[in-house]
Design a protein around this ligand. Structure first.
Ligand code: NAD
Ligand code: TDX
Length: 337
């Protein structure tokens, strides 16, 4: 079996590469990644030593390159993680989100059709359902809800979902889509809430909490997401969407306080800052379909996952130091002052 993993130098993509190399020791994994600010070859260092792994630098929006790679490699399965993934950056500049998340996905779908890929899996997000009110804890995202995106990021991901499902209906391409809640774990770029707060707290910098910190996210340890995708590409029904989440809702302020307490840092570091424009209030996944049909259940409890994640950042300061020395410094200054 040969699998193309796009965006494999990013957070979830590299965790998926390790998960698959470990679980399916006879599979060949090819990673196509253009190494944007969020892609890091250092995250794939250990995979590079594995003869079943190959890295190709290039963009999913480069039609010529994508076709050449598909022709040469003859993939059985494509798993598309490659994306611009940060909501705040999409508010600053939506256009690259359309280029990568929509046009890039279209390029991959077209090549998958042309070269007879047996499964195209689109890694999507719960953000395509919009948000839920804070005062209705009885409501959850189910797969049959209409798509209503709030940010340019989520609008681009919703477009990619629709394109993927259209390629199934119109051309019969065997596709699946997964919509997962917020991930956390090793190798996450420190622009996202959890690694940002860990990295800044370690340096006794202020922790910028948007609004009052009452927005709710549904957190899942990254390996549980990888396990879900592995199950879907092997046993999921073609043409179907699967929600992935472990009923682990937390208010942002509580997540930040957990990090401070585990690092032994004072809550005085918390600074309430201007709210994100169009800020989604609450995400909450109903994972009944994937649990019932595929037997997926999350394995990592939030407390254990947070301990492992914080320890990883403490043990891997070289990884974060390298990031902090680049474009990140400029971005941080622009966003947080
Ligand atoms: P990330 O930003 O950490 O990584 C994205 C990767 O894609 C990087 O390696 C980057 O270099 C690469 N990339 C960007 N543009 C590219 C292009 N044009 N061609 C090739 N590679 C390109 O993102 P992530 O958090 O790992 O998210 C991966 C996927 O999972 C995304 O599609 C995202 O929408 C989805 N997702 C993320 C979360 C989350 O909590 N992080 C939750 C649900 C779904
Ligand atoms: O500095 C911050 N302060 C803050 O209060 C940052 C970066 C975030 N927040 C809040 C905003 C959100 O309510 O924390 C929450 C989480 O923010 P992000 O980490 O930016 O994630 P979110 O906007 O929820 O989107 C994430 O989950 C779904 C990923 O970035 C997406 O790629 C994924 O699709």
């Amino acid at each position: 079996m040969k699998i193309l993993v796009t965006g494999g130098a990013g957070f979830i993509g590299c965790n998926f590469v390790y998960y698959m190399l470990d679980k399916h020791t006879d599979y060949k994994i090819v990673c196509l990644d253009s190494l944007t600010y969020a892609g890091n070859l250092r995250s794939l260092e250990k995979a590079m030593e594995n003869p079943n792994f190959k890295f190709i630098k290039g963009s999913i929006s480069d039609k010529e390159l994508v076709n050449k790679v598909f022709e040469e490699e003859q993939f059985d399965i494509v798993v598309n993680f490659a994306a611009e993934s940060h909501v705040d950056r999409s508010i600053e500049n939506p256009f690259i989100f359309l280029e990568t998340n929509v046009m890039g996905t279209a390029c991959l779908l077209d090549a998958s059709k042309k070269y007879g890929v047996k499964r195209f899996h689109q890694v999507s997000t719960d953000e395509v359902y919009g948000d839920l009110p804070l005062d209705r804890p009885d409501l959850f995202f189910t797969e049959d809800l209409p798509l209503t995106a709030s940010s340019p990021y989520s609008a681009s991901k919703a477009s990619a979902d629709l394109l993927t499902l259209a390629f199934h209906r119109t051309y019969g391409l065997p596709v699946t889509v997964s919509r997962c809640s917020n991930n956390y774990g090793p190798y996450q770029f420190p622009e996202k809430l959890i690694p940002l707060m860990i990295v800044r707290a370690q340096e006794n910098q202020s922790l910028p909490v948007y609004g009052q910190g009452l927005n709710v996210r549904d957190w899942l340890y990254v390996d549980d997401h990888c396990k879900a995708i592995d199950m879907i590409i092997h046993n999921g029904k073609v043409g179907e969407v699967y929600n992935v989440g472990g009923h682990n809702e937390k208010r942002n302020i509580d997540v930040v306080k957990t990090i401070l307490s585990q690092l032994g840092k004072p809550e005085e570091l918390i600074t309430y800052v201007k709210d994100r424009a169009g800020h989604d209030l609450r995400y909450a996944i109903d994972p009944t379909k994937i649990s019932d049909e595929l037997g997926w259940h999350p394995e990592t409890a939030f407390d254990d996952g947070m301990k492992k994640t914080i320890q990883w950042y403490l043990d891997n300061t070289a990884w974060t130091d390298e990031i902090k020395s680049g474009e990140y410094a400029e971005y941080s200054k622009r966003i947080y002052g």
